[in-house]
Design a protein around this ligand. Structure first.
Ligand code: TRP
Length: 432
């Protein structure tokens, strides 16, 4: 059974805070434990350059965010965890997509329009201070997603439009060049809390009201001490509604614990005591992770190594896909044009699968046409059964070809369309 592939990016332009932890890191680590999913998480450092032109900060934030995810329990052996800029296929795909994306589509992107509106209000030229990077951002994001043919993309509401644009890009490309891309879907986590920050507004680095997740214990206590409350005195009943302290507590506590704090509010708990409860509750969850975080921060080379291994895993998908895409768009080795293409077309009937073992001990298969031309070549599999399963899938569902592009390559002189036709002919023959 094919697993559902989840993919999401985190832009490294700041220090992870409790809102990021409760809203994204913790649920993502949880979700990655589900055996039915395959997860791709990456540091979107090319994206960071759009907003942040401080090299030290991009670098530092990449380390902090990576260390946070690892400390929070993300297992790099289970998921594919990588840095965008370690995957050169992404910028290459960005260009392919750029060329099939209408400029008008990008004109409608919210982030770009917001920048324009702000300029218009201030009486400036509408493109004042708007980089081409900001304008192109949805295409880069489309490439992030499509390079891995992700099915589901967990994002915040503000990103839904970008996923729709990625679908548009995928459709345009598929329409022009063949069915290479799965159309991705946004996943919006309704249940996940957005936490209020120290001033009661949404916790966000742009409001400067954040509590860094892995700030040292005493610093955490101090920051929580500065959380806004109303001016009710000890003994006076307090409202949970609209209380930032209560909302943050809820994101860390069990239902029972939350009910206890609700009661304590009704009984007039002093704000100082409520803050102490909140501090203790958060620290109980964070302290063991903090120790791991500090260790990783002291050993950036371990984080570097995890990311590089992740990039290798990621490229095992992206490299063969881009090889096919280059071919599909016409970036191919030169050959005698008139003869080669039609001849290959005529030969795709009567194709057959061949399974074999190589000297490397791995199991392979290929799809050959009746003249022995290699239409499709698989990567190596550890077990013959895995090769067999993929053959069965291709035979029964020729339409899965694009989705299996990480494991098979179209042979030289053929196109994905040729292979598709050959598979379809096999499937049709099996029907009879
Ligand atoms: N743009 C996203 C954000 O600001 C981050 C991101 C970059 C992303 N590439 C992605 C998210 C691909 C999901 C998929 O939050």
């Amino acid at each position: 059974m094919q697993k559902t592939r989840f993919l999401t990016g985190i832009t490294p332009s700041g220090t992870p805070h409790l809102g990021n932890y409760a809203g994204m890191i913790r649920p993502a680590v949880q979700a990655s434990l589900n055996p039915g999913v395959e997860s791709f998480y990456f540091l979107a450092d090319y994206h960071a350059l759009i907003k942040c032109q401080e090299p030290e900060r991009v670098n530092r934030s990449t380390l902090e965010i990576s260390a946070s995810w690892l400390a929070a329990g993300l297992d790099p052996a289970r998921v594919t965890f990588y840095r965008q800029s370690d995957v050169p296929e992404i910028p290459e795909l960005t260009w392919f997509l750029t060329c099939v994306t209408g400029k008008g589509l990008l004109n409608r992107a919210h982030a770009y329009k917001a920048a324009q509106d702000k300029n218009a209000e201030a009486g400036r030229d509408t493109d004042d201070g708007v980089s081409a990077g900001l304008f192109m951002y949805p295409v880069l994001m489309g490439a992030d997603i499509l390079a891995f043919n992700a099915h589901k993309v967990p994002v915040g509401r503000d990103q839904i439009q970008h996923i729709e644009m990625a679908r548009d890009m995928a459709s345009s490309f598929n329409h022009l060049y063949g069915e290479f891309f799965t159309l991705p879907e946004a996943v919006i986590e309704e249940a996940v809390a957005t936490l209020p920050g120290l001033d009661g507004r949404k916790m966000s680095k742009s409001y400067n009201n954040t509590i860094p997740v892995f700030t040292p214990r005493e610093q955490l206590r101090k920051l929580i001490g500065g959380l806004v409350t109303d001016s009710r005195a000890p003994g006076e009943p307090k409202e949970v509604e609209g209380s930032a302290l209560f909302q943050i507590y809820q994101a860390f506590a069990s239902l029972d614990e939350t009910a206890q704090l609700r009661q304590a509010y009704a009984d007039g708990i002093a704000w100082g005591d409520a803050k102490a409860m909140l501090f203790e509750r958060i620290d109980r969850e964070i302290a063991p992770l903090r120790a791991r975080y500090e260790e990783l921060m002291a050993h950036p080379e371990q984080v570097e190594q995890a990311l590089r291994q992740g990039a290798e895993k990621a490229r095992a998908h992206a490299t063969p896909l881009l090889r096919e895409l280059r071919h599909a768009v016409g970036l191919r080795p030169l050959q005698v044009a008139a003869a080669a293409a039609p001849a290959a077309k005529a030969k795709v009937g009567n194709a057959a699968f061949k399974q074999y073992r190589e000297a490397d001990g791995q199991f392979y298969f290929k799809l050959v046409d009746h003249d022995g031309g290699v239409l499709l070549q698989s990567n190596g599999f550890a077990a013959p059964r895995d090769a067999g399963l993929m053959i069965a899938q291709l035979r029964e569902q020729p339409g899965q070809l694009a989705a299996l592009a990480h494991a098979v390559q179209v042979g030289d002189g053929y196109t994905a369309d040729d292979v598709q036709q050959a598979l379809q002919a096999l499937a049709d023959a099996a029907q009879k």
